[in-house]
Design a protein around this ligand. Structure first.
Ligand SMILES: *Cc1c(COP(=O)(O)O)cnc(C)c1O
Length: 359
């Protein structure tokens, strides 16, 4: 197979052992003589997969008993609606921290349900920083944040202390760093950025925060339905859950989220140091808010004309998926969990070589 270094923003690179185990299960799932694609989800073999997957989530993120984790379809984009349906009461209000496209899409869905507004925004500078120091009213239904802004490469690095319930879209930094789950009423995201393939979302819900809104919540959009039925109210996305379970098994085997965080910090530092040193490139996000997961950079002033040449140069050396999102331009290298330090080193070497060639 061709040797490449994958920096795709999502769906992401997955650990090879998870892919290998999945290939086995595609042929023969758990010794059943059947492919995992054909297994009934109402079997003890499948129950074991669900139980293991749930247990891995709880263990790796230290999820307290006050919370439950569910796995559903529909993408993180449908969670934007779930959030408002389950937590937004019409008379009070929900505040959204507008840190990018995903945050504003989440806000749009909430506005369709009730009284929601942007409490602060970094749109004025094309979302290159995280707004800070804004007042948070204590009587909010909730504050919604997007902890990692996949498109702009900014990240909220700590769990915020806020006077109201806190809800976070962690699609692109879940399991990349330790999180104090007890501080959140809800953490949700799509699996395809860091913990699995496309097709499944995770939602970690504080159980006693549910049931407080007066509206009718459609059965499928009510977190209680899925908590009560352990994510099996209807047919779960079995294949995506299987691969997610294998991905989390790998994460546990390398020492869990805490060990992963140390590696992720090293990977990000390696690439950011090169961007800051290399005369060809500059980073786009302000330094203190730089994401450990999505590293965004552009050609340095005066070097813009070399952009296409660098794309071709990097492609030749096996770099995949380093094109920036169209709203930012330039380059984006996503350093999700399965991306290795060797992958990052290869990109850094490629940037060094390019500089030497063009200087
Ligand atoms: C990718 C992404 C989404 C959207 O996820 P889908 O599963 O495609 O709906 C939402 N939020 C963030 C932060 C993302 O990175």
């Amino acid at each position: 197979m061709k040797k490449v270094h994958v920096f795709n923003a999502g769906p992401c690179l997955l650990p090879q052992v998870a892919i290998d185990n999945t290939i086995e299960a595609l042929k023969d799932f758990s010794g059943t003589g059947m492919s995992v694609l054909c297994i009934s989800h109402r079997t003890k073999e499948w129950d074991a997969v669900m139980d293991e997957c749930r247990a891995l989530w709880k263990e790796l993120l230290h999820i307290p008993d006050t919370h439950e984790v569910v796995f559903l379809g529909g993408g993180a984009s449908l969670q934007f609606l779930y959030v408002a349906m389950n937590f937004l009461e019409k008379k009070a209000a929900a505040a959204y921290l507008d840190t990018g496209v995903w945050a504003s899409k989440a806000l749009k869905e909430a506005k369709g349900i009730g009284d929601a507004y942007a409490i602060a925004s970094s749109k004025d500078k094309n979302y290159t920083y995280i707004p800070k120091g804004f007042e948070i009213p204590a009587d909010l239904d909730y504050l919604h944040i997007t902890t990692n802004n996949t498109i702009y490469g900014t990240e909220i690095h700590e769990d915020l202390d806020v006077p109201c319930p806190l809800i976070a879209d962690m699609s692109s930094d879940i399991m990349s760093r330790p999180v104090d789950v007890s501080k959140y009423d809800l953490i949700y995201g799509g699996a395809q950025k860091n913990v699995g393939p496309a097709g499944v979302i995770f939602a970690i819900v504080r159980k006693d925060a549910l049931g407080r809104v007066s509206r009718y919540i459609p059965t499928m959009l009510d977190y209680r339905t899925h908590i009560d039925k352990l994510s099996m109210f209807n047919t779960p996305p079995v294949f995506a859950i299987f691969v997610m379970k294998e991905t989390l098994k790998w994460l546990k085997s390398i020492g869990g989220v805490e060990a992963m965080y140390e590696i992720n910090k090293k990977k990000a530092a390696l690439l950011y140091d090169e961007i800051d040193r290399n005369s060809m490139f500059i980073g786009t996000a302000v330094k203190e808010d730089r994401s450990l997961m999505n590293v965004c950079f552009v050609m340095a002033p005066g070097k813009e004309a070399l952009q296409d040449e660098f794309f071709a140069f990097a492609k030749e050396r096996g770099m995949v998926g380093i094109k920036g999102h169209r709203s930012v331009g330039g380059f984006r290298a996503s350093l999700y969990n399965a991306c290795s330090i060797e992958d990052v080193q290869a990109l850094v070497d490629c940037m060094k070589e390019f500089e030497a060639l063009k200087k």
